[in-house]
Every structure is written in structure tokens, then in C-alpha cells.
Design a binder for this molecule. Structure first.
Ligand code: PGA
Length: 245
């Protein structure tokens, strides 16, 4: 895995204020000096409130900024509390996470996710589409059906798929400290890549500085979507470093 192009997406969720940007220089400097930096793509997805100040801070660095969600409407409109893809682009986002399970659990379905993806692509944002089965679905052994449905409906009638990255995040793994067995994870990623060709597929769910040693050995993974551990610059750097040792 040492010489492979990998994504490291930091999902800050609803955490962080302006002072959280103070330690970013550690990541910027680390990446500048790191010998294998041309294999690494770091994308920070902070809350909407931090996209602008973060983009300014990361200007001239090798790091991109993304958002964690967007409203499905292309244009401005009477949608109180919402932000659309065009507005995210305007403040410096290059990527947007769509379909995260925390939003699916609040009612976002595949059809809505599909509209959101189209609106994001339209303004030139790259999309990180999150998919993943719940623990009940895993127990029922319907993981493959669930993932296929999420991808098929999520990407319905979308042509330029090269701007889309898939993040496989089993819901039961997010924030729990539990990760899938390596052979299960390899097989699931393999299934996705065989069925839906030419996609980069990331893994997300409790990635940390310890289990990265195990995860990095699964050689069909194209990177990681990291929640909790990405809010601490030292841990985030440690995860990236260990991936390349
Ligand atoms: P976690 O979150 O790393 O804290 O489990 C991952 C995610 O929800 O994207």
C-alpha cells in the first residue's frame, strides 16, 4: 500500500469553531515535507460555518475543503436554514459529502440524495457518496442488496460519474470503535468495484491511529473517511503517516 494514491477525508460533523483552525498548520507542514505527498489527497469537510475561513487558511496548501451536505435546490430560494451547492462552491468548497448515514437516518432517501448529487455536479463540486448497511441489515444478510440500491438510485441518470467517489461506511461502525473484519471489508469493496466499475471506494467508520495498521493492508481501499479522529491534527497526521509506512 505504500505507493498508492489515497484519499483522507476529514468529516468534522457538527464540531468546531474558529479556534479549531489553529492546529491546521501542523497538517499543512506535515504534508509539505512528507516524501509521498503526491500520493495523498486530503479533504477537510468542516461545518458550513468554517468553510470560508478554512479555505483561506489552506490556500496555497495541498489540501482541499469540502462540505458535509447541501440542499437539493439548484437556485436560491425560500429554504430557511439551508445552503445549496452553488453557495458552498462560492465560499471555497471543492467537494461535498452526500448521503451520510446521519442524514439518511434523519429522513434523506436515495431519491433526494440523487437530486443533491446532480445539483452538486452541476456547479462543479466533486461528490463523496456515502453508502452503508445498518446492523439490522447486516444481521439479515442483505448488505449487498442495500449497497446496490443506494448506489443505483443515488446515481440514477447521472452521466459524469468520474467526479464521484464512493465511501462505504457501515452504519454500525460509525463512532462505535468497531470495524468490519478485514476479509469482509475486502469482499464488500470488491463487490462494489465489480458491480459499479471505475469508482474509487473509500472506507469510513471508526478509523483511528491503531486500527489503521490493519485497514491499510486491505489493498482495494482507495482511502478513508475519518470522523472523530480527524478533529485532532496529531491523530489525523498519524493515520496518514501509518498508511504509508
Ligand atoms: P467516525 O465517523 O470515524 O467517527 O466513526 C466516520 C463518519 O461518520 O464519516
Amino acid at each position: 500500500m505504500t505507493n498508492k494514491y489515497m484519499y483522507f477525508i476529514a468529516n468534522w460533523k457538527m464540531y468546531g469553531g474558529l479556534n479549531s483552525l489553529n492546529s491546521l498548520h501542523k497538517v499543512i507542514n506535515f504534508l509539505r515535507k512528507f516524501k509521498k505527498n503526491n500520493f495523498i489527497k486530503i479533504v477537510y469537510c468542516p461545518p458550513h460555518t468554517l468553510i470560508r475561513p478554512m479555505s483561506k487558511k489552506l490556500k496555497n496548501s495541498l489540501i482541499n475543503v469540502g462540505a458535509q451536505n447541501c440542499h437539493e435546490n439548484d437556485n436560491y430560494g425560500p429554504f430557511t436554514g439551508s445552503v445549496n451547492a452553488k453557495m458552498l462552491k462560492n465560499v471555497g468548497a471543492k467537494f461535498v459529502i452526500i448521503g451520510h448515514s446521519e442524514n439518511r437516518l434523519r429522513g434523506e432517501n436515495n431519491k433526494l440524495i440523487n437530486i443533491k448529487i446532480k445539483s452538486a455536479l452541476k456547479v462543479g463540486l466533486k461528490v463523496i457518496l456515502c453508502i452503508g448497511e445498518t446492523s439490522v441489515e447486516k444481521r439479515k444478510k442483505i448488505t449487498k442488496q442495500i449497497l446496490s440500491k443506494q448506489i443505483k438510485l443515488g446515481l440514477d441518470k447521472i452521466k459524469n460519474k468520474n467526479k464521484i467517489i464512493i465511501a462505504y461506511e457501515p452504519v454500525w461502525s460509525i463512532g462505535t470503535g468497531i470495524i468490519p473484519k478485514p476479509e469482509d471489508l475486502f469482499n464488500t469493496i470488491n463487490f462494489i468495484k465489480k458491480k459499479f466499475k471505475n469508482f474509487k471506494v473509500l472506507y469510513g467508520g471508526s478509523v483511528n491511529t491503531k486500527n489503521i495498521n490493519e485497514l491499510k493492508l486491505i489493498d482495494n481501499i482507495d482511502g478513508f473517511l475519518i470522523g472523530g479522529a480527524s478533529q485532532d491534527s496529531k491523530k489525523f497526521i498519524d493515520i496518514i503517516k501509518k498508511t504509508y509506512i
